[in-house]
Unconditional design. Structure first.
Length: 108
């Protein structure tokens, strides 16, 4: 059955689940986890659309993009790697800082 023959609806069908490809796309593209994909699906299920749709994977992709746009996605928190400077770079940064302080008249 192609998309044109699918029944259109203003609400997400109860049995709809995003395809694995769409789930992986959302998680990779927007740095969200499976739990957030599920949360967004629940939010989408509670929404009544102005137009009737039949391609729900397409609607879900657009839903995720919009959620990113309005910053409603809860992203995975990945620990940030500390910046590690070489001894030479650290000394250069320190010398630059000292020069800036001297230029500003700050005694160090």
């Amino acid at each position: 059955m192609n998309d044109r023959n699918k029944r259109r609806s203003y609400f997400v069908p109860e049995k709809y689940q995003p395809s694995e490809v769409v789930r992986n796309w959302a998680m990779d593209e927007f740095n969200i986890d499976e739990k957030e994909v599920g949360r967004q699906l629940l939010l989408m299920r509670d929404h009544e659309f102005r137009r009737a749709y039949s391609d729900w994977d397409r609607v879900f992709r657009n839903w995720i993009r919009k959620a990113d746009e309005i910053q409603s996605l809860k992203r995975e928190r990945k620990p940030r790697q500390p910046d590690i400077l070489s001894e030479t770079d650290r000394k250069a940064e320190h010398e630059k800082w000292l020069a800036d302080m001297k230029r500003l008249g700050v005694k160090v």
